[in-house]
Design a protein around this ligand. Structure first.
Ligand SMILES: *[C@@H]1O[C@H](CO)[C@@H](O)[C@H](O)[C@H]1NC(C)=O
Ligand SMILES: *[C@@H]1O[C@H](CO)[C@@H](O)[C@H](O)[C@H]1NC(C)=O
Ligand SMILES: *[C@@H]1O[C@H](CO)[C@@H](O)[C@H](O)[C@H]1NC(C)=O
Ligand SMILES: *[C@@H]1O[C@H](CO)[C@@H](O)[C@H](O)[C@H]1NC(C)=O
Ligand SMILES: *[C@@H]1O[C@H](CO)[C@@H](O)[C@H](O)[C@H]1NC(C)=O
Ligand SMILES: *[C@@H]1O[C@H](CO)[C@@H](O)[C@H](O)[C@H]1NC(C)=O
Ligand SMILES: *[C@@H]1O[C@H](CO)[C@@H](O)[C@H](O)[C@H]1NC(C)=O
Ligand SMILES: *[C@@H]1O[C@H](CO)[C@@H](O)[C@H](O)[C@H]1NC(C)=O
Ligand SMILES: *[C@@H]1O[C@H](CO)[C@@H](O)[C@H](O)[C@H]1NC(C)=O
Ligand SMILES: *[C@@H]1O[C@H](CO)[C@@H](O)[C@H](O)[C@H]1NC(C)=O
Ligand SMILES: *[C@@H]1O[C@H](CO)[C@@H](O)[C@H](O)[C@H]1NC(C)=O
Ligand SMILES: *[C@@H]1O[C@H](CO)[C@@H](O)[C@H](O)[C@H]1NC(C)=O
Ligand SMILES: [Cu+2]
Length: 556
């Protein structure tokens, strides 16, 4: 009897929030459905998971097996990416369409099944096809293993804060129109916090997100940037924030008034409710230090002290100017890995593959486009062409003709990347991959170019965390810059902003066999071709090979 009660308790607990009961497997059902939502006084159908915007939070503990059955009830092809989850040997469940899987077509289902190994903190899940992630996204909360404390004082309460965007138009129409014209797409109409533009929106029927706090208590905000196209500043009037974790990696506590968070990044901050009472504005605003159009509306929410009258005035805060490079830089360079005994920073100290990738724009001819040309993006001058067969299947089943393994490790035609651009701005097209042997150590210098205009690019690597060992403005100099690398406690993460007109050096160990996407997390740049992939060989030992594909893997 007692054991049955326990079994029922375990099952109940494993379908809901993590509790005192230990779970090994957590099951979720994601139904992808259309729902009408109203924001900015404007109603339109959006693609959602389970009808929610943002979608449901996925809770797990480090070490758990997570099983999510995704069923597609909309007219679009769908895939879901578990952004930042290592997916050790389970690349079939990573999610980017045509990279690790064919899409889940209308009426079909696919069961994602992965184990969370060596990670704890906040990540996000999102659609990884078309521009669906504008509305198909949600939080992944990975608690430490049972009875393992945080390496900082336990907060009294935790709150998920998802920063996003809202378009009054259909997002697929926005990008399709832009691609036909060969021009930049429209920017969003509002920034949102947990789905709402907030109390400053001029639409009186708008709700907004409110965090209720009690004076003297400490809160942990799990902040996620789920926006498509904009890096964001986040701040709270009258309160400072202490960063303790980014991209599910603990950091040295870092106190700041303003957080910078790029699309795809996550940041846990501690907030002490150190004011006696009142209402304080939370603000989410864009960071863009290149003069291109941005949605400059500020997304807002309210920090509300218990006992404060709803009618009392809100303390406001001015967001940094949109081009506040110094604010962005001081945040970025202030972050360090915790690098404690329990959570060491295992930075590769030697380099087997030393790669240099330019990231930036290009212009290709297009006779049907508005201007006779189209804006494109590239890595090492190659605009990545999406295959029709998923790359991981092609790799595993040795299907030829889908990709080549000749992605150049260095630019074919070096130029002054941050000086006057070459006169010929055209790019090559190709589905080229770079091959890495198992467990080799890799350094990639990501160098922005000034083609069209220098711009900050948040680059995301699938399947790995990397260490951001160096950063600078201008052109990377191989003979002088490596001497200044931080190989002791550099920040470890899965997405990093390459500074405008500068470079960032990352290092990782290729200990995860499969095919792994690297791309700009500004969706417009990904669409334009700023993406490539690594193919990582199997190792020789046990547990060093990609697992066989599941029987329900979608086909193209
Ligand atoms: C959204 O609302 C419109 C107008 O009321 C209605 O025609 C449509 O069926 C609704 N769509 C969804 C997905 O609920
Ligand atoms: C108020 O909202 C309407 C409807 O979204 C919009 O057209 C208008 O520009 C907004 N005005 C201001 C001042 O934000
Ligand atoms: C998930 O994968 C594990 C390991 O491959 C396997 O044992 C388990 O049966 C799978 N679960 C589901 C629900 O497919
Ligand atoms: C883009 O914005 C312009 C100007 O606001 C608007 O007229 C147009 O309909 C928008 N295009 C799409 C595809 O939403
Ligand atoms: C926001 O952008 C619009 C259009 O790009 C511009 O007219 C307006 O001045 C900007 N507002 C601010 C506060 O920068
Ligand atoms: C069209 O091309 C010209 C010349 O390259 C450029 O100056 C202009 O900005 C382009 N127009 C748009 C809308 O991009
Ligand atoms: C590259 O261009 C920049 C900006 O014009 C210039 O300052 C720098 O000296 C150039 N570097 C080289 C190596 O020519
Ligand atoms: C990029 O490739 C195109 C097409 O082959 C070529 O015309 C152009 O010169 C290349 N640019 C650079 C910087 O390599
Ligand atoms: C790449 O494809 C575009 C069309 O998308 C074309 O305009 C361009 O010429 C192609 N470049 C090469 C080098 O083939
Ligand atoms: C990978 O390489 C590191 C550094 O050389 C080594 O410590 C580790 O044992 C290797 N792992 C495997 C699985 O070979
Ligand atoms: C790198 O720096 C050294 C020393 O300052 C300088 O001599 C060299 O020209 C630089 N190389 C490049 C490519 O800028
Ligand atoms: C969905 O994906 C399949 C497989 O790649 C493809 O054949 C089909 O055209 C796609 N459907 C849509 C609506 O894009
Ligand atoms: Cu970019």
């Amino acid at each position: 009897m007692v054991s049955w009660v326990r079994v029922i308790l375990v099952l109940m607990a494993c379908f809901t929030l993590p509790s005192i009961v230990e779970c090994r497997t957590r099951h979720y059902k994601f139904n992808v459905v259309l729902r009408n939502k109203t924001r900015l006084c404007h109603t339109k159908p959006i693609v959602t998971v389970n009808g929610k915007f943002p979608g449901p939070t996925l809770y797990a503990r480090e070490g758990d097996n997570v099983v999510v059955k995704v069923t597609n009830h909309v007219q679009y092809n769908v895939t879901i990416h578990w952004h930042g989850i290592r997916q050790l040997r389970t690349g079939w469940y990573d999610g980017p369409a045509y990279i690790t899987q064919c899409p889940i077509q209308t009426g079909q289902s696919y069961v994602y099944n992965f184990t969370i190994t060596g990670q704890r903190g906040t990540l996000l899940w999102h659609a990884h096809i078309l521009w669906l992630r504008a509305t198909v996204h949600g939080a992944i909360v990975i608690l430490p293993k049972l009875n393992v404390p945080y390496p900082f004082p336990k907060p009294d309460k935790e709150v998920v804060v998802i920063l996003g965007e809202w378009w009054n138009s259909d997002v697929e129409a926005v990008i399709n129109t832009a691609m036909q014209a060969g021009l930049a797409p429209n920017v969003s109409d509002a920034h949102t916090i947990n789905g709402y533009p907030g109390p400053l929106s001029n639409c009186s029927t708008e709700g907004g997100f409110t965090i209720q706090v009690e004076s003297g208590k400490t809160y942990m905000l799990r902040i996620i940037n789920a926006a498509l196209n904009e890096e964001l500043f986040f701040k709270i009037a009258g309160h400072s924030l202490t960063v303790v974790e980014v991209d599910a990696v603990y950091t040295k506590p870092f106190k700041t008034n303003t957080v910078l968070i790029t699309p795809g990044q996550t940041t846990n901050v501690l907030l002490t409710a150190d004011q006696g009472s009142g209402k304080y504005l939370l603000a989410s605003s864009p960071f863009m230090d290149t003069p291109v159009p941005v949605d400059n509306a500020t997304g807002t929410a309210i920090l509300h002290y218990t006992g404060t009258l709803a009618t009392s005035a809100t303390t406001f805060t001015n967001p940094p100017p949109v081009n506040a490079t110094p604010v962005a830089t001081s945040f970025t360079v202030g972050l360090r890995s915790l690098n404690s005994k329990a959570f060491p920073a295992n930075v590769p100290l030697t380099v087997d593959h030393s790669l240099f990738f330019t990231v930036g724009m290009g212009v290709n001819p297009c006779s049907t486009c508005t201007n006779g040309s189209r804006v494109v993006s590239s890595v090492n001058n190659i605009s990545f062409v999406m295959p029709r067969t998923a790359l991981l299947q092609a790799h595993y089943f040795k299907i030829s003709g889908v990709f080549t393994e000749d992605f150049p490790g260095n630019p074919l035609n070096p130029f002054n990347y941050t000086g006057t651009p070459p006169t010929n701005l055209q790019t090559m097209n190709g589905t080229r991959l770079y091959r890495l042997s198992y467990n080799s150590s890799v350094q990639v210098v990501l160098q922005d170019t000034s083609v069209i205009a220098p711009e900050n690019h948040p680059i995301h690597l699938h399947g790995f965390n990397f260490f951001a060992v160096g950063r600078g403005l201008g052109n990377f100099n191989q003979s002088t810059d490596p001497a200044n690398f931080n190989l002791v406690d550099p920040i470890e993460r899965n997405t990093i902003g390459v500074p405008k007109g500068g470079w960032t050096a990352i290092r990782f160990r290729a200990d995860n066999p499969g095919v792994w996407f690297l791309h700009c997390h500004l969706e417009v740049h990904t669409t334009w071709g700023l993406k490539m992939a690594f193919v990582v060989d199997n190792g020789k030992g046990p547990n060093e090979s990609l697992i066989p594909p599941p029987s329900d893997l979608p086909v193209c």
